[in-house]
Write a protein that binds this ligand. Structure first.
Ligand SMILES: [Zn+2]
Length: 216
């Protein structure tokens, strides 16, 4: 019997939602979910329809495999670095979603020109550094950009999106919202010159949405 059966199923479901949202193609992208003593993450090189609860790989906080028959995602080191350095984070998502990648390729943050961006991200969606896969440099870039920032999403320069949340579902929501924001702002930049919202308006929207909005 594999450990964390409930969390494994949850993570498989989140990958299905990531696929359904159109944020990933083929085997790209990944979701992870913190569990006691480590985290669960997508296996490397497995297509989304093939993913099962059992195929999720359990890793410790250094990214070593504890339980699983497959190799973990090639982005495991970045996820591990985030979990080690941001104890409040319980979920991480990575995508190469197209509109957000457009901004990452153009090396510009997504400007806070819509109320929905203020609500969700509390300002611009920031641009992180350029970092090559293979060591801690992607993880370090994510943490350095997001630590103390209101945005749960970072555009890693000329690469793609990493999002964080209190669990995998929250991180997935941030990835969906980031792509939606990038799409709307891309259109705005084609039809005119979008203006940033004033800081006091951004603060008011962010505080209302984060504290008052929703079911309590
Ligand atoms: Zn990537």
């Amino acid at each position: 019997m594999l450990r964390f059966p409930h969390e494994r199923q949850l993570l498989a479901d989140l990958h299905q939602q990531l696929w359904d949202a159109g944020l990933v193609i083929w085997t790209g992208g990944n979701v992870s979910q913190r569990v006691d003593g480590g985290f669960l993450i997508k296996p490397s090189g497995v297509t989304y329809p093939e993913l099962t609860a059992e195929s999720m790989v359990l890793c410790d906080l250094d990214g070593n495999v504890i339980e699983g028959t497959r190799a973990p995602s090639s982005d495991t080191a970045a996820h591990a670095y985030v979990y080690r350095n941001m104890p409040e984070v319980g979920g991480v998502v990575h995508t190469h979603s197209n509109y957000a990648c457009g901004f990452a390729a153009a090396q510009m943050p997504i400007p806070c020109v819509l109320t929905a961006i203020a609500d969700e991200f509390g300002g611009d969606i920031p641009l992180g550094p350029f970092a090559i896969i293979g060591d801690d440099s992607i993880g370090r870039g994510i943490v350095e950009t997001l630590d103390g920032h209101r945005s749960p999403a970072v555009l890693m320069r000329q690469h793609g999106v990493f999002t964080i949340g209190k669990n995998g579902k929250d991180a997935l929501k941030a990835a969906v919202m980031c792509e939606d924001a990038a799409k709307s702002v891309s259109i705005a930049m084609q039809v005119g010159t979008p203006n940033k919202l004033p800081n006091d308006v951004i603060d008011a929207l962010y505080n209302r949405y984060q504290i008052v909005y929703g079911q309590h």
